[in-house]
Design a protein around this ligand. Structure first.
Ligand SMILES: [Zn+2]
Length: 556
């Protein structure tokens, strides 16, 4: 796996600090308001990373925090008269619900700052003991940036940053302009405070992530975790400060790799038709299905900035529609045999290149096209050679052979097709052109081991071969879609419910009512009425299909 490390500013091979294990910490939201599209983008980027690493065989532990104590939250407490817990719990639940709708897998550890006060205090005490931090007269505790010779190496920002300084209340007792608050003493009044040896107060933002990482991860003595992630806006000062605190407190580096996702804009920050000028995820979820948003927000490489644009979204959605159209093809409910297929290998080969999603999606588009060709060709009794070869060697022989023999068989089958169909200029042959007897003789004459004679002599008729081929094709499609669902998190819905996206509950019940009337009419052999109802539905923009499982409908 190759990852782009934002500190090294290069793609580097990923080598975890513990074999086969990966520890990831991602800075989560400050819970004083609804999640915006930037939160969604970050959650989706690290969800893809975690899914990819899992598929590559790593045991992944993902930790994402909730900052539930902060100036903005305290302001909201003062404005609303609600308790801190009421406010933060409400926004945490909202955040998790919305991320669920985007198909983001939950983090393994979701610590809150208010539940990590002990760890935070311990780390601040250690920093004070080492003289890397100091308490000023009002009880605030500052980190002394001059004590860390590596300060600035994470973000490559060494100059004094105006913005950074304006983030902390100006305090003339600061030793250096870049020093930042680890602990903010209570000023009295409505402040929400915790007791600590240095003063009654509350933690600064940066220290919380460092303390949580030390609390939840063991590290290996050189690094605390493998990967630290977050939005590009967090690189400085937040991650620089996290790294400095942890370095001084623990004597080792915080993370081996640093990954940052790009920003989100809406129409280059212009007004958007359906979303207004809202960056809130909840507003986007009112207009678009979570899975469509997931596909769209993931369609651009995570490091690039993302320009949210409804025209792009609708174009991108057509690609997802194609996957669901394929999924409508009647499919046998077969097991997926461990999913170690070519599809998994190919998608992962793209994703292991620093999550090259464009490559993975274009591979998926191409494969959908191949399957559609194969489905259409089957109507003319033509078979896709690749799938047909798999049909032959898998269905008839594979269970009887050793691995070496199976590999030899595969090679021989390949040879047979190359020598017999070398004039073929496409990947499909008519089943009529396939001579089973000839094929068997070729195997006999070429294989240097014996295969089960009885089974071999059960020569299938062409019709039966087509049935077996069709099952194999369905199995391949099924496996393909299942793998996409596991690796990338889309394609998991029932296809008809996907095509009902955007139909409101009122209209849904009207449609269901009409379908019931139509079913009654059909049962009474009143075909005029049943046809009339179908026409009414067509006029409403609804297509209906009669399937063995009953009548289904979708938006045209
Ligand atoms: Zn953080």
């Amino acid at each position: 796996m190759q990852l782009y490390d934002s500190v090294k500013k290069a793609k580097v091979p990923f080598e975890p600090i513990k074999e086969k294990e990966v520890s990831i910490y991602v800075c989560g939201p400050t819970v004083y308001d609804d999640a915006h599209l930037g939160h969604a983008r970050s959650a989706l980027a690290f969800d893809l990373l975690s899914r990819t690493l899992k598929a590559l065989g790593y045991r992944v532990t993902l930790c994402k925090n909730f900052t539930d104590i902060d100036d903005k939250i305290i302001k909201k407490v003062e404005e609303t008269g609600k308790s801190l817990e009421e406010i933060t719990q409400y926004y945490i639940e909202r955040y998790l619900e919305e991320m669920d709708r985007l198909g983001v897998q939950r983090a393994d550890i979701e610590p809150k700052a208010t539940e990590s006060i002990d760890a935070i205090e311990q780390m601040i005490e250690r920093l004070i003991d080492k003289d890397c931090a100091y308490v000023v007269s009002n009880g605030d505790v500052y980190f002394d940036t001059s004590k860390d010779p590596h300060y600035g190496e994470i973000s490559h920002k060494v100059h004094d940053d105006e913005e950074n300084q304006s983030r902390v209340v100006h305090n003339s007792e600061k030793r250096n302009p870049k020093d930042f608050a680890l602990w903010k003493a209570c000023k009295g009044g409505e402040d929400i405070c915790f007791d600590a040896p240095f003063s009654k107060g509350r933690p600064g933002w940066h220290i919380e992530c460092s303390a949580m990482i030390e609390k939840h991860f063991e590290g290996n003595g050189t690094y605390s975790i493998d990967i630290h992630g977050g939005g590009a806006d967090l690189l400085f000062p937040h991650h620089e400060n996290e790294a400095a605190q942890s370095r001084c407190a623990t004597g080792h580096e915080l993370a081996k790799y640093w990954m940052h996702n790009g920003f989100v804009q809406i129409d280059g920050e212009k007004m958007s038709k359906s979303l207004g000028n809202s960056f809130f995820l909840k507003d986007a979820l009112k207009v678009y299905d979570g899975e469509v948003l997931r596909y769209y927000l993931n369609s651009v490489h995570y490091r690039n900035d993302f320009n949210f644009n409804e025209e792009d979204l609708l174009l991108i959605k057509q690609r997802l529609d194609k996957l669901y159209r394929l999924k409508k093809y009647p499919i046998t409910k077969k097991h997926y045999a461990g999913l170690n297929s070519r599809y998994k290998t190919l998608i992962l080969s793209a994703m292991r290149e620093d999550l090259n999603i464009s490559k993975a999606l274009s591979y998926i588009d191409k494969e959908i096209q191949t399957f559609n060709f194969a489905i259409n060709a089957l109507q003319e009794k033509k078979v896709n050679i690749d799938i047909f070869k798999k049909t032959l060697y898998k269905i008839y022989f594979i269970n009887y052979l050793t691995k070496t023999e199976r590999n030899q068989l595969k090679k021989i089958v390949d040879e047979y097709f190359i020598s017999n169909y070398k004039n073929l200029n496409n990947d499909y042959i008519s089943i009529k052109d396939f001579n089973y007897n000839d094929f068997i003789s070729f195997l006999y004459n070429t294989l240097d081991f014996s295969i089960n004679l009885q089974r071999l002599y059960q020569q299938p008729k062409q019709k039966n071969l087509l049935i077996v081929y069709r099952e194999k094709l369905e199995y391949e499609i099924n496996t393909f879609i299942k793998i996409i669902d596991i690796l990338l998190g889309f394609g998991g819905k029932e296809p008809y419910s996907y095509f009902q996206i955007g139909v409101d509950e009122d209209l849904k019940s009207q449609i269901e009512e009409k379908l019931q009337k139509r079913a009654n009419a059909k049962a009474a052999k009143d075909f005029a009425t049943s046809d009339a109802i179908r026409d009414e539905l067509t006029d409403m923009g609804i297509a209906i299909m009669d399937t063995p499982e009953g009548t289904v409908w979708e938006k045209i």
